[in-house]
Design a protein around this ligand. Structure first.
Ligand SMILES: NC(=O)CC(=O)C(=O)O
Length: 280
């Protein structure tokens, strides 16, 4: 169990939720036929990315009250027999009614094995270029997330979470071999930071890192950067793409983690006696 194939579904997301879900299903099944073991969908894959949409597209995720997207994800994972990192959807909390940007994670039996609510909301203002304020409608999650697979544990963050290195470092220190980020960077921040951040998190921790974006659609106001990417523990780009709808495949060999940690042993040289051990 040292090798696995990961597939990132760079999905073209429109305003028709039913269509978004059925397109996601076709692509997950296709990835499975190509031998993928772990499949990842992008941030906000059932809704266009924008604060104006989240309330209308929000669903509950509780196991007793699963919404249509969540039910479909469960079935997709089971039918495709893959571990599925279900991108994210706007989640309406049953108790408070608050809305979260939430990733659900499914095993190959279709059982929910993890849920990550975006912890760091995307509130930015780059004058004349892009202003976005998720916190106008979303609430932040308060929990770190990882899940178990036959290959080991994988940590999960959503998009803006990748800018905060603590998540990846804590996940790695707790034994995760990879971090996966469904994300939707844009035409301003994408070229500036997307690949650099994914590579930085991989190099910091000597783990695999994946970022899965929606495809770019100029019919909507938010133009996703695309460029879904898998980076290896040496910081090398294993697979990536441009901005159209596609599936990015990468074969991960977990022996690479041991190799780089032996060759350049920063992983064991860290001076936790001089600063807090973030894995605690
Ligand atoms: N969409 C996001 O959460 C983050 C993003 O686009 C960025 O950090 O840039």
């Amino acid at each position: 169990m040292n090798k696995l194939r990961m597939a990132l579904i760079q999905l073209k997301v429109g305003s028709n939720k039913v269509l978004n879900i059925s397109n996601a299903r076709s692509m997950v099944l296709k990835a499975s036929k190509e031998g993928a073991n772990v499949v990842v969908l992008p941030e906000c894959f059932n809704t266009p990315y924008g604060t104006a949409y989240f309330n209308d597209y929000a669903e509950e995720i509780n196991s007793s009250e699963m919404g249509p997207t969540t039910l479909a994800l469960s079935k997709m994972a089971k039918d495709a027999k893959v571990f599925l990192v279900g991108g994210s959807i706007p989640e309406r909390a049953a108790d408070s009614g608050q809305i979260y940007n939430t990733c659900t994670i499914w095993n190959d039996q279709g059982t929910l094995i993890g849920k990550h609510r975006k912890m760091h909301l995307f509130d930015i203002d780059v004058p004349g270029k892009i202003t976005f304020k998720e916190s106008d409608v979303l609430s932040p999650g308060n929990e770190l997330t990882s899940f178990a697979t036959p290959w080991g544990h994988i940590g999960v963050g959503i998009c803006y979470d990748v800018r905060f290195p603590e998540l990846a470092m804590i996940a790695a220190r707790r034994g995760c071999f990879a971090m996966v980020y469904p994300g939707a960077f844009n035409m301003v921040t994408g070229p500036m930071h997307w690949e650099a951040l994914m590579r930085a998190r991989a190099i910091d921790n000597m783990i695999f890192v994946a970022g899965c974006s929606p495809a770019r659609d100029l019919d909507f106001s938010y133009h996703a950067w695309g460029h879904s990417i898998v980076v290896g523990p040496k910081g090398d780009v294993k697979a990536t793409c441009e901005f159209d709808e596609t599936i990015v495949y990468a074969d991960l060999d977990l022996a690479e983690i041991k190799e780089i940690r032996t060759n350049i042993p920063i992983y064991d040289q860290r001076r936790f006696d001089m600063y807090p051990d973030v894995s605690k």
